[in-house]
Design a protein around this ligand. Structure first.
Ligand SMILES: *Cc1c(COP(=O)(O)O)cnc(C)c1O
Length: 405
């Protein structure tokens, strides 16, 4: 397949990427999502929208984020040179703000006064609450009671930023129920509100819109890497939860002679409930309004998932990833909790960068490849910083003294 002008043809006008994607919605919500799609296709391509987003990225988010050459880590491992795209230096410490600012700006242009979303670990909630504060919009975040108890610092951050937290008390009281609750609220309030999805998942147009807002990551990185080295990296990699930081990175390289690798969380191992490797173990199905590869039982119910990185434990993956996997343009592989922890400490000790546990999965893949000498250069998307993870890591793994230099 030729990937010239790829984003013009994918998704098609029905929001499909080959056999995946689409919008599976109750009739009441069809209109609402169509309205978002139409607004996105017109407003978001206007010069004033593009210029305003460009200014926000520069002055508020601190973009462009740098590309950094990990010389000490690379030399420790062999001859492969590892480079990082530093999304951990984006305002709020991760890539998520890239699409939240886009969604917030769209809401403002559409004349909406409220942003509605669910959050699991709270990372999307914090990024969205930040965008809401910036644009002067109300923010309503649905969150399971179990997650509220587990993620106290993020709940506090959202409250300080002015968001209203709606605790979800039914079922397992985690992300899946929070999605249902946010949809319900959106159904009642779509006239003056907009639903903001936190990854390249959900019904059309979100997988496309979130990808487009994240494409700045790959576009910057490709240019920065070329300028630094005069060539393309042999490989580009990123961790895949729903798949937004990876799509943002990968899209820019689809038409280049570069191996592209997405890293899924293998958690504690291949048993059901011990990982969240939706491409590795999943099958085709519909969840949360879109068709993709998902971890499901015989009845089509989503299976329980687990990863040490809470941003990666989702039982499905964005439809575009399922498509790029079918097309064999992107390779998908996985990394265990233990490998991610080793990468977390090695990057901290050798480079002075504490990565998010999600991002540590991508670093772990680069470390593995470097040890096998299978590439000369790898560009890793470092999707976020690890401050949010340090208490958990120290409690379970210590401070990493086994990695003393
Ligand atoms: C949420 C999150 C992820 C996973 O989400 P994607 O949509 O797959 O990018 C990865 N890294 C960090 C730091 C996150 O906060």
């Amino acid at each position: 397949m030729d990937f010239t002008n790829y984003t013009k043809y994918y998704p098609d006008k029905n929001g499909r990427y080959g056999q995946y994607g689409g919008a599976y919605l109750p009739p009441e919500l069809m209109e609402a999502f169509k309205e978002i799609d139409q607004a996105y296709m017109t407003i978001a391509h206007s010069a004033s929208f593009i210029n305003e987003l460009r200014r926000i990225r520069r002055e508020f988010q601190g973009r462009p984020t740098p590309v950094y050459h990990c010389e000490r880590l690379s030399n420790k491992l062999g001859r492969c040179q590892i480079y990082l795209k530093r999304e951990d230096l984006n305002h709020t410490g991760a890539h998520k703000l890239n699409h939240c600012m886009g969604e917030g700006l769209l809401a403002k242009y559409m004349g909406k006064k409220r942003l509605i979303a669910e959050t699991g670990a709270g990372q999307h909630g914090v990024a969205l609450a930040t965008a809401a504060a910036f644009f002067g919009l109300e923010c309503e975040i649905h969150m399971g009671e179990v997650d509220i108890a587990k993620q106290a610092p993020n709940v506090t951050r959202m409250k300080i930023l002015g968001a209203k937290i709606v605790p979800v008390t039914h079922g397992l009281k985690t992300l899946k129920e929070a999605v249902d609750s946010a949809f319900e609220s959106y159904m009642k309030n779509y006239k003056d509100s907009i639903y903001c999805i936190g990854s390249v998942v959900g019904p059309h147009p979100f997988p496309m819109m979130v990808r487009d807002f994240q494409m700045i990551v790959g576009r910057e990185a490709r240019e920065q890497y070329l300028e630094m080295t005069g060539e393309h990296p042999d490989e580009v990699c990123a961790c895949v939860g729903g798949g937004s930081n990876s799509m943002g990175m990968f899209t820019a390289f689809l038409n280049d002679p570069v191996k592209i690798v997405g890293i899924e969380p293998m958690g504690r191992g291949p048993k059901v409930g011990d990982n969240a490797a939706s491409i590795t173990f999943g099958s085709k199905g519909v969840l949360h309004g879109f068709e993709s590869l998902l971890l499901q039982d015989e009845k089509g119910e989503a299976l329980p998932v687990y990863s040490i990185a809470s941003g990666l434990d989702y039982p499905a993956v964005g439809p575009e990833h399922a498509f790029l996997h079918d097309m064999k343009r992107v390779e998908y592989t996985s990394v265990t909790d233990d490998e991610a922890i080793e990468a977390f400490f090695m990057l901290s000790r050798y480079e002075g960068i504490i990565p998010a546990l999600e991002s540590a999965h991508a670093v772990a893949y680069a470390i593995k490849s470097a040890r096998q000498n299978s590439a000369n250069s790898i560009l890793v998307n470092l999707s976020g910083r690890g401050d949010k993870d340090i208490d958990y890591v120290v409690e379970h793994y210590g401070v990493g003294d086994q990695y003393k230099i």
